[in-house]
Design a protein around this ligand. Sequence first.
Ligand SMILES: Nc1ncnc2c1ncn2[C@@H]1O[C@H](COP(=O)(O)OP(=O)(O)OP(=O)(O)O)[C@@H](O)[C@H]1O
Ligand code: SF4
Ligand SMILES: [Mg+2]
Length: 367
Amino acid sequence: MGEYLLQVQDLKTYFKVKAGRVRAVDGVSFAIKPGEKLGVVGESGCGKSVTALSIMRLLPQPPGEIAGGSVLFEDQDLLDLSEGEMRKIRGGKIGMIFQDPMTCLNPTMTVGKQIGEALRIHLKLSKDEAQKRAISLLEQVGIPAAAERINSYPHQFSGGMRQRVMIAIALACNPTLLIADEPTTALDVTVQAQILELINGVCTDFGTAVMLITHDLGVVAGMTDRVVVMYAGKVVEMASTDELYANPRHPYTLGLLGSVPRLDEERHSQLTTIEGAPPDLLQPPPGCPFMPRCAFARAICRTMPPLDPVAGDSAHLKACWVDVTDPAEQAYAERRRQARFERLLAATNSQSANGQSAGAVSASEEK
Ligand SMILES: Nc1ncnc2c1ncn2[C@@H]1O[C@H](COP(=O)(O)OP(=O)(O)OP(=O)(O)O)[C@@H](O)[C@H]1O
Ligand code: SF4
Ligand SMILES: [Mg+2]
């Protein structure tokens, strides 16, 4: 195996709908090293789950189709495998945790049976061996009285405990990669922290690589080595987690970071929001998809920027024409933000409901 465990290259996943093609994932590339923890962040609808489902070959087909690219896992293109070969990989070498455990757990089977099934299929364990390992796994994920709870059904567990069971199933066969898609969104805050800590700890102990999908940059800060930022089906920035926080270079990432409550800031500091809405992926705008919402935008942004290294750092990539650290660009963006704010204020004051989006940046203001 090369340097990477997983290499996603130029992945394109579309959905055919009556009105045309939804470009849910549009040329996405990233890689994960063995044991590495990668965060994938972005707003709702930017293609995070569709990327994960494409890797796992779990897309609903139709309407979904993988229109291009490759998914190399241990140097083998998963997109070329038969369904039978793929079943061996799923739950074997790649484990997956979904947002809602109830959609994945079988309500009619005890959790012991569900964990045992994975162990018998993938590791060819006997019934007794599978039972022993299932108990030990439940203990590892913090289920009290595991030897008894193994005979319980999913509905007899709380939300947090069900998510622990999902983690036990996902890790049962010692996968080399765990894909966790918003694993804690459905849980309350204290349980969220416990579950993230659990995933982090268990994967560190087992040397399991993690692809952690979340819309919450605060979550990736604590537990990932690198971060991929997605917007409108594309990767717009990628860097080590420390570098991304210290030196964000894409206006969208700047916006996301502005939306994250920072512990090192004053208690009453105001959170910024990203004005406007993501583009319709049925008809994405030509050029940079962030342009309608971007205060830094200028005429060149009507051409799609390449995902290029930030000067002096080949591990930090951004898809943006502008240097957001340039004071002149910052002053220009500030003027445009101010103009947008004044338009919004004027629209509110006159209570004119003429349908114009006050959040969008007017093209006439571009340089
Ligand atoms: N079955 C489908 N048919 C048509 N479009 C779909 C289908 N599934 C997903 N999409 C579209 O694909 C795009 C990407 O969706 P995806 O679920 O990957 O977003 P996401 O980043 O995971 O968002 P969230 O944070 O809300 O989970 C969205 O625009 C969505 O509407
Ligand atoms: S390319 Fe232009 S529109 Fe896109 S993020 Fe950069 S400055 Fe904004
Ligand atoms: Mg999702």
